[in-house]
Design a protein around this ligand. Sequence first.
Ligand SMILES: Nc1ncnc2c1ncn2[C@@H]1O[C@H](COP(=O)(O)OP(=O)(O)OP(=O)(O)O)[C@@H](O)[C@H]1O
Length: 522
Amino acid sequence: MPALAATRVLLLVGDAISSGKSCVFSRVTLRYRRYGRVSSENSKSLTLKSLGFKSEAPRSDGANAVKKKERVDVSALAPFAAQSFSELGLPPLLVERLGKAGYNVPTDVQAAAIPTILKDHDVVIQSYTGSGKTLAYVLPILSEIGPFREDDEHRSKMGVQAVVLAPSRELGMQIVREVENILGPEDKRLVQQLVGGANKSRQEEGLKKNKPVMVVGTPGRVAEISASGKLQTHNCQYLVLDEVDELLAFNFREDMHRILEHAGRRSGAGQSVANSPKARRAERQTIMVSATIPFSVIRAARSWGYEPLLVQAKSVVPIENIPAPTPIKPSEAPTDSTSGGATTQGQGQGQGQSLPPSLTHYYSVTRLQHKVDVLRRCVHALDAKCVIVFMNHTKQLKDTVFKLEARGMKAAELHGDLSKLARSTILKKLRKGDVRVLLTNELSARGLDIPECDLVVNLELPTDSTHYAHRAGRTGRLGRRGTVVSICEESEVFVMKKMQKQLGVVMESCEFAEGKLSVNGD
Ligand SMILES: Nc1ncnc2c1ncn2[C@@H]1O[C@H](COP(=O)(O)OP(=O)(O)OP(=O)(O)O)[C@@H](O)[C@H]1O
C-alpha cells in the first residue's frame, strides 16, 4: 500500500505543488537574509559548492550507483565522527541542556543531519529504526526557534514556526515528550500537541494561551484546527513529515494537501505570483524522515523542496542525482504480500539500511492452532522481559491476549478501538514492566520508542518488507540487542525468504523446545 498509495497522492498533491525555479530564488533570498550570510549571491542559483560541499573521490568497487561528482563530502559541515553536539553548530545553551538530559554524543544520523538542516537545506533523512532521527531534526529546529539563542532576534517572532506531522497519536505524543524534555520545565509550553483523539478545545486553548513555536500532531487534527483559523501556519519556517512514506498514503491525502498548501505561505509574500503553487512552497524548509524511503518520497522531495538532499548516517547526497529504480525482473517482482521497497531504491543500496545491525531474525514454522503456544515458548526460551507481538486482525489479537493471560502471562492489547487514554496507560504499563507482552497491530509499528523492548514477534506476518522493517525496529534501538521472531505456517515460508532477500538480512529457521531456541540446519 504505501508505495502505490503514495504515488497516487503525489499525483494529486505533489503535482499541485510542483517544482519550479521562480520560487526558489525568493526562498533562498529569504533564508539567507535571515542568517545574514549572503548578500550579492542572493540572485545566483544556490549550488552545493557555494555552500561549502566538496566532491568526494569515487568508490572503486562500483557498489555505489552515485557517480563521483554527485556524491557529496560534507565533512566540513557534518562531522560524521562528531564526539559532541557542540561540534555540530548548535547553540551552547542547547548543548548544555542536552547534557543535562543525558545526550552527550550525537548518533551518526544526527551528525550528518544537524549541520545540513542548519544550512537551510530541504532534506530527506533516512536511517535505520532507533538511530535517533527525531533529535536529528528537532535539535536544529529548536536551535533556531527555541529559547536557546543568545540574541533575541527570534524571540520576538510570533506564532507557530514549526509544524511536525506524524501518522499516529502515539508517535505524535512521543515526539512532544522528546521536545519537552529538551525545552525543560520552564519552556515546555513552547511545544503544543495537536493529535487526534485528544480534547480539541484544550488544544486550541493551549495555542492561544501558550503561543507555542512548534506544534506536533496528526494530519487530521492539524488540518482541522488550521481550517478553523485557530492555528496559523503561514509563518511556519519548518515543515517536518515524520514517517513520510506513511504520511503520503492515500488516507492522509486531503489533510496533507491542506497542510502542504498552507504551511509557510507567508501572507503578503510573493504577491505577484500569489496563485502560483511554487510561490506558496517557497517559504518553508521541508524535512522528510523515515527508515524506509520508497522512490515516491524522492519524487515528493523533488517536487516540494529546493535542491533537496538525502541525508543518511554517513552520507549526504543531492536528491536530484538519485536515479529512478531499475525495472524489476519478473522473477524478482514482489507478490502482494511482499511488495516492499523499504529504502531508497535505485541507489544500489539494500533495504538492510532500514534495520539496525544489532537485530537477530528468526522464523518458526508451526500450524495455525499452535501459534500461541509457540509464542509462549518463544518468550520463555528467550527470557524476554518486554515483548511486542504484532497481529493483523483485532479479533484474533483479543483472543490471543485472553489465551496468554489464561496461561499466566501478563499480556495487554493495543489497537485503534481503544481510547487515547487507554492506549497511553497500556504503553506506560509496558514501559514500567507491569505488562510483559503487548499484543498490537500496525498502529504500533512505526516510531514507537520503548527502549526496554527486547523481543518483537510477528504472530501474523506483515504485508510486506517495509512493514516488517518498522515492526522489527521496535526492538534493538540505539545499539541495543534485539530479537525478531516470525511465527508462520509452512505455506508462508516463501514470504519469509522473499523478505529476507529484500531486506538483506539473515532470518534463520528455529524451534522452541525444552525452554531453548534451537536453530534448524538447512
Ligand atoms: N545522541 C543520543 N544519545 C543518547 N540517546 C539518544 C540520542 N539520540 C536519540 N537517543 C534516544 O534513542 C532512542 C531512539 O531515537 P528515535 O526514536 O529518534 O529513533 P528513530 O530513528 O526515529 O526510530 P524510528 O525509525 O523507529 O522512528 C530514543 O529513546 C532517543 O531518546
